[in-house]
Design a protein around this ligand. Sequence first.
Ligand code: AGP
Length: 634
Amino acid sequence: MCGIFGYTGGRDAQALVIQGLKRLEYRGYDSSGVAVQNGFDRIHIRKTQGKIKKLEELLAKHPLKGKTAIGHTRWATHGVPNEENAHPHLDNESQIAVVHNGIIENFGDLKKTLEGEGARFQSQTDTEVIVHLVAKYYKGNLENAVRRALKDLKGTYAIAVISSKEPGKIVAAKMDSPLVLGLAKNGNFLASDVSALLDHTDDVIFVENGEMLILTENTYRISDRADKPVNRKPVKIAWDREQAQKGGHPHFMLKEIFEQPAILTAILKERVIGGKIRFDELKIPAARLARAKRIVIIACGTSYHAGLVAKYAFEELARIPVSVDTSSEFRYRDPLVGPDTLVIAISQSGETADTLAGVREGKSKKACTMTVCNVLASSLAREAHGVIYTHAGSEIAVASTKAYTAQMAILYLLAIQLGVLRKKLAPKRVQQLLKEFLHLPLLMQRVLDDYKKDQKEWAQNARDFNRRYHDQLERYFSTDPEKRKRSPSGFFLYLGRNINYPNALEGALKLKEISYIPAEGYPAGEMKHGPIALIDENPWVICIAPQSATYDKMLSNIQEIRARGGCIVPIVTEGDTEIPKLSPMYVMEIPKVSELFSPFLTVVPLQLLAYCVAREFGEDIDQPRNLAKSVTVE
Ligand code: AGP
């Protein structure tokens, strides 16, 4: 959840660490700090609460000179977001400094012991026990002290440690939190993820669980738990640096929404060769896949919604029963999975703790586990029996968009492949499916072009909603009982049927996470069983109603809402004349497409609507409050 960064070499370490932390800020931004070695006396640190900008301002006034430094950007888990709890943490002699991403579960016991031995704690964090342990075991060799300290720790960690007594050296270690080494001409780097290293190098080495890293200006050494050297070749990262920039869009989220057609094209080009679907990196034999009797999909948040859409595709195309579970429920439910189950874990970051634990649970029950994820060599990719990468490029905005459609694309291709392996799909049908698939990026681009063309209207609609929302709030808090009796409620309701029901959940999640407006997704058929009680002229009811086998059912649901004065915001297939009559105001259109592929198109207006409303409310769209890009804790 946090981001750590380190540099040792010939250059000004403070500036490089700040630049690296900025690239990691999407991982957490409760506080940040840097520790710099500048000779033999002691380690100097600067840390502040809040965003890295504040740390930069402090360093501008009180700079730290030195060629070796470590830094941290925090997402608080233990100890409130304040300067005291910000990393780096120092030992009592200010000789050793530590930054940490992860959670030390047994920190309570360790703290008691260390306090009993005279250690003075400055913070409420779990992390601080690490620096006092290293100081306790320090006998002139930092890596030995760190290795000894690690033996006492239970939990997850990626740590970086420096000591004033060993200039130019950084010692780091990893257990279940990401850590990457970056090899550059004028020094060596380490970071929580690749995107922070790309400004300096694209030669990286992924550190594995239980490994330690000893870095100096010109050397690096990796050793395993038993202190045996590990020789691993650097891999070259193909991501272009520009991707890290916003490509001219005001927010990463909008840039990533607009990247979707190109990513879909790239995925289809890479994965469909000569009419055949290929997942070269998936080291699970086709026979093993084909003999699965059922599929269990596990994931969280937006990835969970991609799993729900995929359920419809797998059941239709491969005729295999699929259940979809949130990872946090699956892992503690003693799930009924076994050798005949294919467990598919979906994750953008590949680091989500609950999904990682879900895969381990599946493995412990001898299920065949695979992951669909976006980050190369992430923990999930290394934990599961097999991996298929979505190759959506780095997704910076916390609200996931391009990773969602990329996940759906990979899962649909896997469903087609499984349909072929299970002899449920005739070659002619496969060709037809792939033909429509290959046409999809164009249709998606049309939805985005329409948005570009009608931006004014979208902004006006968002302003409309903003005005209505504040009117309602005003009435809600009005002292006039008459006004209050009408009990207005400013929220969004998202409705969909069949394969578009998961997008109703996704649309609601997108709005909630970036505009903080209450929103709920529902299967439209469920309305009469409760939610329709919420309908009056106040809520906006987003109805996902493209041409489909359940169009008529959707139409009657919309009429029921209309009958109670509800404000309908429909997503329809271009040329639909029925539904727009019921809601002339806010109609969003998508091009004609089969129901099976319609979620790829209906999700785009939902992403754009959430974006426009949040922008209208002036919220921090790329880094919404209380959220972070990957949730590496339970
Ligand atoms: C989605 O916009 C959110 N960022 C969040 O729900 C996310 O989908 C969830 O945390 C799962 O993350 P993952 O795909 O990296 O595992």
